[in-house]
Design a protein around this ligand. Structure first.
Ligand SMILES: CC(=O)SCCNC(=O)CCNC(=O)[C@H](O)C(C)(C)COP(=O)(O)OP(=O)(O)OC[C@H]1O[C@@H](n2cnc3c(N)ncnc32)[C@H](O)[C@@H]1OP(=O)(O)O
Ligand SMILES: CC(C)C(=O)C(=O)O
Length: 506
């Protein structure tokens, strides 16, 4: 039977240390409940001594979830451990995670101490935590830069003192995968009693090697991975949960498994990104906007013929409905035909050739080609029903209700409506909904500056309509106008597709 790799999620502790990512207790509870549904084995819920709110969050998360072990972090300091034990009092399954720096950098410059004294503190902290809980994890901070002989002594000593899990963090993200894997192998082969504990990998991404190092650890005998959603965490971040989970799921040759129900990955990635105000880079593995988007002709042709020509993962396995074929000047006729078919146009080969030439000129000029653009290419203009943004007026400020008046041209008729909202953008979207008599469900919204403060703002959003996703883009010096343009762009795609499909099936 394949071995289980325990997933220890530290989004709410290491992830939450990132500036701007702090969450309120109710927000942490919401994430914790979703982590439970995802199937993580351990949730590191906080560092209870650090602040009253962190202490309280560990208490409330302990009450809110049942299956995962709730873990609280401490230094090798008795008071920290007292606080952690107190915060864990309601947890159905609990763990204290204590530890100390083991590298000579930390011993000499952080603690101004020596190796023997630090070893004594490590053992004392483990024994002290053991008075409160059976399950004690010990971290050897900066193990990545710790001499292996000394690390092995520390690991052996804390296991003897009762540690059930030994964490070997590459705190500074320094190790190469071979080096980190060899470190875990060294501990497996040289520590007496190592089989009485689980070895855990906690790798940082300073050199972009966090996932590779974690996998090297696992392949050399570690059975717990410390990860975060979207790889968020101190500095360049931690190992990302979705990457390790999907590596283990995809590589059938590696006889290991996790308890992760991968279909929930994408929804949780969106939730964490939104709540922690940390946009996911578009090319991020598994959950980035482009992770399943194909934009060059040879790849698009290959995917259209057989998805697995260019995809090693099925997007549905991570909760993404489908991969996408993006039309650009690098697209070929296969991609163009694919979209024309989808829009209900079945054209003769000669006509496709003709449209393709015009398409390329348009793609060179516009960079990406939308459904509306294709319809214009075929029909010369947008069908009746196209919506144009004519005007937006906003009232906002400290002590006023954010409100917006929007004017749209719908079926050649000018219509305007006003609405209030939680902010100016929400108010403007509501005014659009008011005019169109329909509320569109938006599940992604990203505002980016194209440069400095007087450059254009770019908005990318995604609207869900009848189980299909429609992207909207808008660019303007004013981000509110850019947002409304993007919203109208997405709605126009919905209405274009709707009218084309109706025409095709009539
Ligand atoms: C690797 C990790 O630990 S990742 C977790 C990092 N997370 C955090 O630091 C967030 C929570 N931290 C905090 O809220 C605060 O730093 C506290 C409450 C822990 C400590 O606050 P303060 O008492 O004001 O100490 P301060 O933050 O200035 O300095 C840290 C102290 O802890 C000591 N320390 C650091 N790590 C450890 C450890 N693992 N075990 C024992 N002592 C430690 C440092 O040597 C320093 O003590 P010193 O001033 O006597 O040398
Ligand atoms: C507390 C430990 C596990 C840590 O976060 C690190 O070493 O990076």
């Amino acid at each position: 039977m394949s071995d289980k790799v325990y997933v220890f999620d530290t989004t709410l502790r290491d992830g939450e240390q990132v500036p701007g990512c702090q969450l309120s207790t109710p927000e942490k509870i919401e994430v914790a409940k979703e982590l439970e549904i995802l199937g993580v084995d351990i949730i590191e819920a906080g560092f209870p001594i650090s602040s009253p709110m962190d202490f309280n969050s560990v208490i409330e998360i302990s009450k809110a979830v049942s299956y995962p072990i709730i873990c609280a972090l401490t230094r090798s300091v008795e008071k920290d451990i007292d606080f952690a034990a107190d915060a864990l009092k309601y947890a159905k399954r609990k763990r204290i995670h204590t530890g100390i720096g083991s590298s000579d950098y930390h011993i000499k410059y952080k603690f101004k101490s020596d190796r023997e004294k630090i070893l004594e503190r490590a053992v004392a902290a483990t024994k002290y935590a053991k008075k409160y809980v059976e399950d004690v994890e010990f971290y050897c901070e900066d193990a990545g830069r710790t001499d292996n002989e000394y690390l092995a002594r520390m690991v052996e000593a804390v296991i003897k003192a009762g540690a059930t899990v030994v964490n070997i963090p590459d705190t500074t993200g320094y190790c190469l995968p071979e080096e980190y894997g060899a470190k875990i192998k060294f501990l497996k082969e040289n520590v007496k009693g190592i089989d009485n504990a689980i070895i855990s990998c906690h790798c940082h991404n300073d050199l972009g090697l966090a996932t590779a190092n974690t996998m090297a650890g696992v392949l050399n005998g570690a059975r717990q991975v410390e990860v975060t959603i979207n790889g968020i965490g101190e500095r360049a971040g931690n190992t990302s949960l979705e990457e390790v989970a999907m590596i283990l799921k995809t590589h059938k040759d590696v006889d290991l498994h996790t308890n992760i129900d991968s279909k929930h990955i994408y929804a949780l990635s969106l939730l964490v990104s939104k709540m922690m105000r940390m946009p996911v880079q578009p090319n991020k593995a598994i959950v980035g906007r482009n992770a399943f988007a194909h934009s060059s002709g040879i790849h698009q042709d290959g995917v259209i013929k057989h998805r697995e020509n260019y995809e090693i993962l099925d997007p549905e396995d991570v909760g993404i409905p489908q991969s996408s074929i993006i039309l650009t000047a690098r697209s070929g006729k296969a991609a163009l035909k694919y979209h024309l078919d989808r829009l209900g146009y079945s054209l003769e080969e000669a006509r496709v050739e003709e449209v393709y030439d015009d398409f390329l000129k348009m793609a060179d000029a516009k960079k990406d080609v939308t459904d509306d653009d294709l319809i214009i290419l075929i029909e010369g203009s947008l069908p009746e029903g196209g919506i144009k943004l004519k005007n937006v007026q906003i009232i906002c400020g400290e002590s006023v209700f954010p409100s917006a008046t929007v004017e749209l041209e719908v079926n050649k008729e000018i219509i305007h409506a006003s609405a209030t909202g939680t902010g100016s953008i929400d108010a403007a979207f509501r005014a659009v909904d008011e005019i169109l008599g329909e509320v569109f469900d938006m599940d992604e919204f990203l505002v980016q500056s194209m440069g400095n403060r007087n450059d254009d703002g770019k908005v990318h959003l995604r609207v869900k309509y009848q189980d299909q996703h429609y992207m909207g883009f808008g660019v303007h010096k004013d981000i509110i106008i850019a947002s409304v343009k993007a919203y109208v762009d997405a709605i126009n795609k919905i209405t274009s597709v709707k009218s084309k499909v109706l025409k095709a099936t009539a």
